[in-house]
Design a protein. Structure first.
Length: 273
């Protein structure tokens, strides 16, 4: 079942955010890329899905860089300071909830609510342009995708990492032993798009079932395409951890098509690779 994702924020609001944020005093992300700090060859992207709790030892003993997908607060709670954190949600219902760590570089889309920039003031902030809509986009785009983790894939590739490891990008839900829904670690509530419909995904051998929504399943399908494109175009090795909807889709879907960026996608640095 192929899912088409649609941005929940209209183009007028995206352009309104962009008009304000492009003039924010925070430097553009090119300053981060050209900084003297030496990056490792590999990076661990930490999503906020329930499965991230299974990988505390892996995260704490990680020898490369760490990229938080809005999980700075959770990582701080297990004694880990990420190198980067990304914010891309233009419709964030908690724009003032930014866990501030002055050692972390906050990479923020110019299409998020301006309050997020204001809240993070005092930290290291870098802004960048992204694709959120099928109808409108700013110039000099360096990333795209329906959520922060997928955009982190692009940013890590742009920053030059040769290995991208991913934990906590579940694209689905987990239940505890009592059948209660286990919440994500990076929000106070489980925020599901009203247009998303509950769906159960079954493994090919029919031994496992995964609870998810059409929105999350679409994200997993989109991520599988991006993984294939970046693996082919940038020769990046991907490693996804956990038994999740995302890993299921990647393992089953990745070889079924030759995915390419559409011609109207302005991620020129990737096409030129």
């Amino acid at each position: 079942m192929a899912i088409t994702l649609v941005c929940s924020v209209d183009d007028e609001q995206l352009q309104s955010h962009y008009a304000i944020n492009k003039n924010d005093p925070a430097p553009w992300i090119s300053k981060l890329k050209n900084s003297p700090r030496k990056r490792k060859d590999k990076v661990l992207i930490c999503g906020g899905g329930p499965s991230i709790r299974q990988f505390t030892p892996l995260i704490q003993n990680w020898k490369g860089d760490i990229f938080a997908s809005k999980t700075v607060e959770y990582l701080d709670g297990i004694g880990v300071t990420p190198n980067y954190c990304i914010h891309v949600d233009a419709g964030d219902n908690e724009p003032n909830r930014v866990f501030k760590n002055k050692k972390t570089a906050y990479i923020m889309s110019t299409q998020i609510k301006p309050e997020v920039f204001a809240t993070a003031r005092g930290c290291k902030i870098y802004k960048y342009n992204t694709i959120s809509s099928n109808n409108w986009m700013p110039e000099s785009v360096i990333a795209g995708g329906s959520n922060s983790t997928i955009q982190a894939f692009f940013l890590c590739a742009w920053l030059g990492y040769k290995e991208i490891h991913v934990v906590g990008f579940d694209c689905g839900y987990q239940q505890d032993d009592d059948g209660q829904l286990i919440k994500n670690v990076n929000r106070n509530n489980i925020d599901v798009n009203e247009s998303a419909k509950p769906v159960t995904v079954e493994s090919p051998d029919k031994k496992q079932k995964y609870q998810t929504t059409t929105e999350y399943l679409g994200m997993a399908q989109e991520a599988a395409k991006v993984v294939q494109i970046l693996s082919r175009e940038k020769k990046i090795a991907f490693h996804a951890y956990g038994n999740t909807v995302f890993t299921l889709v990647v393992n089953q879907d990745i070889g079924k098509g030759a995915y390419r960026l559409a011609e109207n996608v302005k991620i020129k640095w990737l096409k030129a690779a």
